[in-house]
Design a protein around this ligand. Structure first.
Ligand SMILES: Cc1ncc(COP(=O)(O)O)c(C=O)c1O
Length: 453
């Protein structure tokens, strides 16, 4: 007998539930159009959903698929911050209490301590904390002393903040297409988009993996451009230079930026961001720009026009706690990704994430691509019916966003970015995702891949 099912009504197909086969195995059941294709052969005896017999439901409208792996005991989340925080609750509480006791809520000692500790984690880079990752991008561009109308190369497939930072400063974001395998800015496309007004290239390390920094740095060096790395999604990833040197992502170009948005691999409990650089002079300049143009230690003397973009002491204290766990969390993400890779390798019409040679991937997202938009959307619905969340990062490329129409691009101009918007899907990934949960997600994806109906 198969039992279970929520959302059953006279005309409502079952959306999701748990069933028990005659041999006592538990299976997961989700709404489907083709129950009759498999049910008679698989189950004997009456089929029950939530106490009603399935016969009471219009069979022709049912869509049920059974996953032959155990239903996970805990719900699957895209990211599980409550669980992550519960595991380090005592450390977070102690940091919070200490900041409360000390009372230095702005520019308290934790801010510089966090900057120093993150700098050590990133191979000795200078870290300049600021209010968020978007400010960090803007501050990096401000440091270049550009003129209105100067051009900045930005990938067409990214979170909008990258282009926005240039646009808000009166600079012109010039878009370039991305690599179809890594989803990051394509160096040849970036070079093809250069004009005499180009001043900088902003590469985005999307989903946790570096853009081809060797190729991008070569283009930047050849044309005397600044290379800025938007490292909001790839903290802790590394890039290997041609001479074998390993550099942390965000420290290879002239400046790097990152975000501590709560969902990031190193996330605050609110907003936060930082700039990264290996140059001491640049670090001093960026500190001033983020602090009203005021030199460090020279209160009320303003060298330049800056922003008020500070990381709160409380966020810095909490980030210091979380930084201690980042390496373990990163390796848990990498293990989860390897598990997905193996489990999804043979699904027809689906590509697992490629790895950029020379880079480590820290799997901010585990993003697969399907062979069409219809299949991608179908898979997303299928997963949802099995209680599995998934997200499309990002459904609209920069050049077709309403706010960026003034740039004069047209649909079709960046075919890789546009195809990715139609075909990418990010599966749940976080350090607490269990092998059982990954097996369940993978089984649901495989079941979709095998579906003929
Ligand atoms: C690639 C990228 N750049 C920039 C940002 C902006 O960061 P924040 O939300 O901290 O401003 C994000 C955040 O989602 C991002 O993913």
């Amino acid at each position: 007998m198969i039992r279970g099912g929520s959302g059953i009504g006279k005309d409502t197909p079952p959306r999701h539930g748990r069933g028990v086969w005659p041999d006592k195995r538990t299976v997961d059941i989700a709404g489907c159009e083709c129950l009759s294709l498999w049910w008679p052969g698989l189950a004997r005896g009456p089929l029950h959903f939530g106490g009603r017999t399935a016969a009471a439901v219009s069979l022709s409208r049912l869509f049920v698929s059974a996953l032959l792996v155990p239903t996970p005991t805990a719900p699957i989340r895209l990211l599980d911050l409550p669980a992550q925080h519960a595991a380090i609750q005592a450390e977070l509480d102690a940091a919070l209490q200490r900041v409360l006791r000390e009372g230095a809520f702005i520019q308290g000692p934790d801010v510089q301590q966090f900057a120093d500790e993150l700098g050590q984690y990133l191979g000795g880079a200078h870290v300049i904390p600021c209010a968020n990752g978007t400010d960090a991008l803007q501050l990096a561009l401000m440091a270049l002393d550009l003129q209105p109308g100067d051009e900045v190369i930005v990938p067409a497939f990214t979170y909008v903040a990258t282009a926005e930072a240039a646009a808000i400063l009166g600079l012109k974001p010039v878009l370039a297409d991305v690599d179809p395998h890594t989803f990051c800015l394509d160096a040849a496309a970036a070079e093809a988009a250069l004009t005499p007004r180009t001043r900088a290239i902003m590469a985005v390390h999307l989903y946790g993996q570096c853009a081809d920094l060797t190729a991008l740095r070569a283009v930047a060096d050849k044309h005397h451009l600044a290379l800025i790395e938007d490292n909001a999604q790839a903290i802790g990833a590394t890039w290997q230079l041609p001479d074998g040197t390993l550099l942390p992502a965000g420290t290879v170009g002239e400046m790097g930026t990152t975000s501590f948005f709560p969902s990031k691999n190193l996330g605050a409990l609110g907003d936060g961001g930082a700039l990264l650089t290996r140059s001491e002079t640049r670090a001093a300049q960026l500190y001033e720009l983020a602090n009203h143009g005021q030199q460090r230690g020279k209160k009320y003397v303003h060298q330049r026009i800056g922003l008020n973009s500070r990381l709160d002491t409380l966020q810095a204290a909490l980030l210091r706690v979380k930084l201690r766990h980042l390496a373990a969390w990163t390796s848990a993400r990498q293990q989860a990704a390897a598990h997905y890779d193996a489990a999804l390798a043979a699904v027809p019409g689906l590509r697992t994430p490629a790895r950029q040679p020379g880079s480590t991937h820290v799997f901010h997202q585990y993003t697969i691509t399907l062979d069409s938009e219809v299949r991608r959307d179908g898979l997303q619905q299928h997963l949802q019916a099995h209680g599995i969340p998934s997200v499309v990062y990002y459904p609209v490329p920069v050049h077709t966003q309403p706010a960026y129409q003034y740039l004069g691009y047209r649909a079709g101009q960046f075919p890789v970015a546009e195809r990715l918007c139609r075909t990418v899907l990010s599966l749940p990934i976080h350090p607490g995702l269990t092998a059982e949960q990954i097996d369940y997600v993978a089984e649901a994806v495989r079941a979709f891949g095998a579906q003929a109906c």
